[in-house]
Design a binder for this molecule. Structure first.
Ligand code: DGL
Length: 259
């Protein structure tokens, strides 16, 4: 079916998911909403996160999207049940990848870096309980990271300092897996690799989200067959520069939109 896949995030972070989606599904059009004016979602109440998720969803549906990817752990863990129950398209969400980390860890200690909104959600707690039996999960709120990434300061000295403060207690407890529980954080992987010892594996779920998107499109017979003139539209309600730097390329349009 020739209609775009809708994607939203509190800002630019969900583009880490978008990249995996276009790699796996090159025939699909996409429409991405970066709600950067309201970032970070992770510091907001569950009700506020829900209302913003509803607003983003309704805009994407008005634009004719056939499926919506909630490319934000914070919005998924706080709002996806409501979205699935109230809107007629399939939704794909993203949650911290506790299960693969629990399967890989040898020290039985796993670190999770995520927002306050994700770590305090009941969905995160039930997933941890289900998949991390016998494993110590060390939760760390990444306070301040999203703001720096939104400002394009991914490799700044402030970023390194913040990250070191978050990683140190986890390393002292001998984690050997670090779960990136926020879609902004894959942009920190180059810096994280410099700061972490070699025995710590970084785990994120972008590729798994793309595979799930493909499977759901297939199951609903929604895949685009004809990939001619594929178009990727990005709307942000703040400055366009950081977003443009992350997604530049052919058939990519980045614009300001007051949504
Ligand atoms: N990318 C969002 C997530 O995955 C960002 C959170 C925020 O805005 O605080 O959780």
């Amino acid at each position: 079916m020739h209609a775009p896949i809708g994607i939203f995030d509190s800002g630019v972070g969900g583009t880490s998911i978008w990249k995996e989606v276009v790699k796996l599904l090159p025939n699909e059009d996409t429409l991405y909403l970066a709600d950067s004016a309201n970032a970070p979602y992770g510091e907001k109440s569950k009700e506020a996160i829900l209302q913003l998720s509803i607003k983003n969803t309704e805009y994407l549906l008005e634009q004719g999207c056939k499926l919506i990817i909630v490319a934000c752990n914070t919005a998924t863990t706080n709002a996806i049940d409501h979205l699935r129950a109230n809107y007629p398209v399939p939704f794909i969400g993203i949650e911290p990848a506790i299960k693969p980390a629990a399967l890989q860890t040898k020290t039985k200690k796993v670190g999770v870096l995520a927002t306050k909104g994700t770590l305090s959600s009941s969905l995160f707690h039930s997933t941890s309980k289900l998949f991390a039996e016998g494993i110590t999960v060390i939760e760390q709120e990444g306070k301040g990271l999203v703001e720096l990434i939104e400002a394009g300061k991914t490799r700044s000295p402030e970023m390194r300092k913040l990250l070191m403060g978050f990683l140190q207690p986890m390393l002292e407890q001998r984690i050997d897996c670090l779960v990136l529980g926020c879609t902004h954080y894959p942009y920190l992987i180059p810096v994280l690799k410099e700061l972490l010892p070699n025995n710590v594996t970084i785990i994120d779920s972008g590729e798994a989200v793309a595979r799930q998107t493909k499977a759901v499109l297939q199951a609903h017979q929604l895949l685009s067959i004809d990939g001619k003139d594929t178009m990727h539209r990005f709307y942000t309600n703040k400055g366009t520069e950081v977003l443009k730097n992350l997604v530049n390329g052919l058939n990519v349009q980045v614009s300001y939109l007051n949504f």
